[in-house]
Design a protein around this ligand. Structure first.
Ligand SMILES: [Zn+2]
Length: 485
């Protein structure tokens, strides 16, 4: 039997957030050790599941699955050094003396840890030092990964998601498993080409099925039709990670054809560079957005206006407790019917036991992030207090303004979040979401107008406004650069 280990450790870090990521943040999403990975339940059907399928289908009874860890946290601030050390010592202790034939290392690729610049690269280097140079290590990352030289040097191959918004976790787990098994069986000999571009453009708008990235993802598929090509990956880095090797990158893996890998990798970089100037949506202020909503009240029977809070994007690591748009809506609470979510576990806990339909008063904001947020007092009638997908949740209404307090950061990117709370999307003038793109797919039935609003926060999309301290320079668009190479 061939023994293949799984190490899955995912978090996308926002270096600008002051809210640290702790063990409880992994526990609230997925945290399984050793054999517990097998019985992790519904919470964890991502890469692990795809990898398991590959072992069954490609391994043909000759491969044993050795789970070491499967851990996921929501996006957030840097992981504390203590938590990372805990994960690392668990992983390394399982590798010592373990008779393995290969490792699947599944990471996000844009993880940040206190006082570290390349935690995933450093961890892989330590793993490599234990298992030796010959052992195949297959790596898969999110396509928003910041691929580093250390990750490349210590991996046998690297694969990326091919969809944004991401919907192929399972597929990439299977593909990585298949490549690893075929490598262990001696059927293929993966060689990898890697190129970094001095490019820093907002990852969240780079959707695989619309312009400008659509043609690039199609070109990648064409490249993979060549049987010598094992995988082609395009990494459009998460712009909120402040690290010395930040930048877009491409990886091409071939079956023992280094020249071909290099050529295709260069071609892919050229394609990326050719679309670097596509425009982002231009965000406006909360006050201006509300003026537009007021002028568009006629929309209500046909759907609603949606404001995307660009400064508080939960999936990009913001805490979800920004009060700037709430403040602007409070000034119009008797005119506009509005729904707005806000993360505030403290208040939800304190409301426990309060009577429904009674008046309550809450102080919201600046509980997690004290730099960008301002605390506000909100007085209204408690309409709802129960569990939702984002932990215990309360709805408080003042005039026509519905404030939804959640225990966990809430992107509110699906209509069902609101409708399950009894809030009809046919009856709102405006709905606030803390999401950059996927809401546009899910809300198509109700969404008559999208407004992107920028206030103060850790996920602003204008790289000129972000307070980078460690990124390499020159880098486009912060600096003028003609050619990527
Ligand atoms: Zn991503």
């Amino acid at each position: 039997m061939y023994r293949l280990a799984l190490i899955e450790l995912h978090q996308e870090t926002n270096s600008f957030s002051t809210v640290p990521t702790e063990l409880k943040n992994f526990e609230s999403l997925a945290l399984h050790y050793d054999e517990d990975v097998h019985t992790g339940g519904d919470k964890h059907k991502l890469q692990v599941d795809g990898f398991r399928k590959a072992i069954k289908k490609i391994g043909k009874g000759k491969v044993e699955f050795v789970p070491i860890i499967a851990a996921w946290s929501h996006s957030g601030g840097k992981i504390t050094a203590e938590v990372f050390e805990h994960f690392k010592s668990h992983i390394l202790s399982r590798l010592e003396g373990n008779n393995l034939d290969g490792i699947y290392f599944s990471v996000h690729g844009a993880m940040g840890v206190e006082d570290m610049h390349d935690p995933e690269g450093d961890l892989l280097e330590e793993i490599r030092a234990i298992v030796g140079n010959k052992m195949p290590i297959g790596v898969s990352c999110d396509l928003h990964a910041n691929i580093t030289a250390k990750l490349v040097d210590n991996a046998t191959f690297i694969n990326a998601y091919r969809t944004n918004p991401h919907r192929d976790h399972n597929k990439i787990g299977f593909k990585s498993g298949e490549m690893l098994i075929r490598t262990v069986f001696g059927e293929i000999n993966p060689v990898m080409a890697f190129q970094k571009m001095p490019l820093l453009k907002g990852g969240g708008f780079n959707i695989d099925f619309i312009a400008p990235m659509r043609k690039i993802f199609k070109a990648m598929k064409r490249m993979e039709r060549d049987p010598r090509v094992l995988s082609v990956s395009n990494f459009m880095v998460h712009i909120w990670i402040d690290a010395p090797e930040v930048g877009w990158s491409c990886v091409v893996v071939t079956d023992n054809e280094p020249k071909l890998a290099n050529e295709l990798c260069n071609d892919l970089c050229n394609l990326n560079w050719s679309v670097k100037d596509y425009p982002h949506p231009a965000p406006i202020t909360a006050i201006k957005a509300i003026e537009i909503v007021k002028k568009n009240r006629w929309i209500r029977p046909f759907g609603t206006v949606i404001i995307s809070d660009l400064s508080d994007l939960v999936a990009a690591g913001a805490p979800g407790e920004n009060t700037h748009i709430l403040k602007a809506l409070m000034a119009e609470s008797n005119k506009l019917k509005a729904y707005i979510p806000l993360c505030d576990a403290d208040n939800v806990r304190q409301l426990d036991g309060a009577n429904l339909n009674s008046e309550v008063r809450v102080e919201v904001g600046a509980k997690l992030d004290k730099v960008y947020n301002e605390q506000l007092t909100f007085k209204g009638i408690l309409l709802y207090l129960d569990e939702s997908r984002y932990g215990k949740t309360a709805v408080i209404v003042k005039d026509k303004l519905y404030l939804i307090l959640t225990s966990l950061p809430c992107p509110a990117f699906k209509p069902s979040f609101f409708t399950k709370l009894g809030l009809s999307l046919w009856k709102a003038d405006v709905v606030v979401v803390k999401n950059l793109f996927p809401f546009r797919l899910f809300f198509w039935l109700y969404n008559r107008k999208t407004i992107y609003v920028e206030t103060k926060g850790v996920t602003n999309i204008d790289v000129f406004q972000l307070d980078y301290k460690h990124i390499p320079r020159p880098i486009y668009p912060l600096d003028k650069i003609e050619n990527w190479n």
